[in-house]
Design a protein around this ligand. Structure first.
Ligand code: SF4
Length: 378
């Protein structure tokens, strides 16, 4: 892997502090690969002139990925609303339902989920993500979600789930079924977190992420910017990712969609939204600090112009959600996405689902069928 582009040479307009910092980045190729930056360095990245930051992010992006390829997922809500958690931005929280008036829905039948997954595959998604508004799956939910993982994988799609907290046994069951990714966002910094959620602690979130990581499932964990947090909080969130033994393989960087009737949505609608360029900066810093992770554009995209979305890809984003709806909020239209991809020259990445740990084998002599773990097959 080559060292970072040296952008300090002909640049007489970058101030000397920025030049020193950029020079330090260019001389430490190992750091560029592992992405282990200190909190102070993350703050320096946020402070860079935007064009310098974008160039560094795009350079690192090209060292780790095909720059013109994007991974596309489709997200389906398999159980909507009446969530016992009180996330201040979320229309699905039962705590805000008097104001949001969201109509709750019970678990969707398996065949309806499979039909939606088939449609997602036909339209070019490589990953099918299933979300349920639960504090955690119950014992009676587990066979349902395990069946969904197996059925969706049988279509040749990667699978992702976001079901709330998972204990070690639940993570192991999903890993055995072959789940590829589990999403559990940190949402924000540890210090701003108490302004966002009170029913689930930051450490409980980290515990679930650890359980997912230890089970062998890929980790998807991101944030929501624009909830009234400061830049320091965004820096702390990136730093939190780097404190993990391994950065998440997938990192959604959401731009808050303020929903009327939610405490944070109402506050942001009254006080004004975060400038889009600060979201772009967050994407770029995430790309630099987590060089081999997929950085995902999720909520907030439908309100952005083509140019703003192009800038997000320039900043190192390489994954997004397809479809007109993200759980309960709107998303950019699929035909609009296809047009934008054509105009930007972006292509879709193919699915590469991981094999389930358990596979069926047949005894050649007796014809008896049984399940064995892949590890036991060597
Ligand atoms: S974000 Fe998830 S956990 Fe929080 S209220 Fe919404 S559905 Fe529940």
């Amino acid at each position: 892997m080559s060292a970072l582009l040296n952008i300090t040479e002909p640049n007489n307009n970058t101030n000397s502090n920025d030049s020193d910092f950029l020079a330090s980045l260019t001389t430490d190729a190992a750091q560029a690969t592992t992405g282990k930056y200190s909190r102070e360095q993350i703050a320096q990245l946020f402070d860079l002139p935007l064009m310098d930051l974008l160039l560094q992010a795009q350079t690192i992006h090209r060292q780790n990925f095909n720059a013109n390829e994007v991974q596309i997922s489709t997200l389906l809500s398999i159980k909507t609303g009446n969530c016992p958690e009180d996330c201040g931005y979320c229309s699905q929280s039962g705590h805000h339902r008097d104001k949001t008036k969201l109509v709750a829905e019970k678990r969707i039948e398996v065949d309806k989920v499979i039909a939606a997954a088939k449609r997602a595959k036909t339209t070019g998604s490589s990953r099918f993500c299933m979300g349920a508004a639960w504090k955690h799956p119950s014992a009676k939910d587990m066979p349902y979600v395990v069946e969904l993982v197996k059925e969706v994988k049988a279509l040749g799609l990667e699978t992702c789930m976001t079901l709330g907290m998972l204990d070690t046994d639940q993570a192991a069951q999903l890993a055995d079924a072959g789940l590829d990714y589990y999403n559990h966002n940190l949402d924000t910094s540890r210090s701003y977190y108490e302004q966002v959620v009170s029913t689930r602690s930051y450490d409980e979130r980290l515990d679930t992420i650890t359980n997912v990581r230890n089970s062998g499932i890929n980790v998807c964990s991101g944030n929501i910017v624009g909830m009234g947090e400061s830049r320091d909080d965004r820096i702390d969130w990136v730093h939190e990712l780097l404190k993990m033994p391994k950065a998440p393989e997938s990192i959604p960087v959401n731009l808050l969609v303020p929903i009327q009737g939610t405490p944070i949505g109402d506050k942001v609608l009254a006080e004004g939204q975060l400038p889009v360029l600060e979201w772009i900066r967050t994407i770029a810093v995430t790309r630099i600090c987590c060089p081999s992770s997929y950085v995902r554009l999720s909520a907030g995209r439908e309100s952005l112009s083509d140019a703003e979305q192009a800038l997000a890809f320039m900043a190192g984003a390489n994954s997004f959600f397809y479809g007109d709806k993200l759980l309960t909020t709107g998303n950019a239209s699929q035909s609009g996405d296809d047009r934008l991809m054509r105009e930007l020259g972006l292509t879709k990445q193919f699915a590469a689902p991981r094999a389930p740990k358990q596979v069926p084998v047949m005894d050649a002599m007796s014809g008896h069928q049984s399940q064995v773990t892949l590890a036991s097959l060597g």
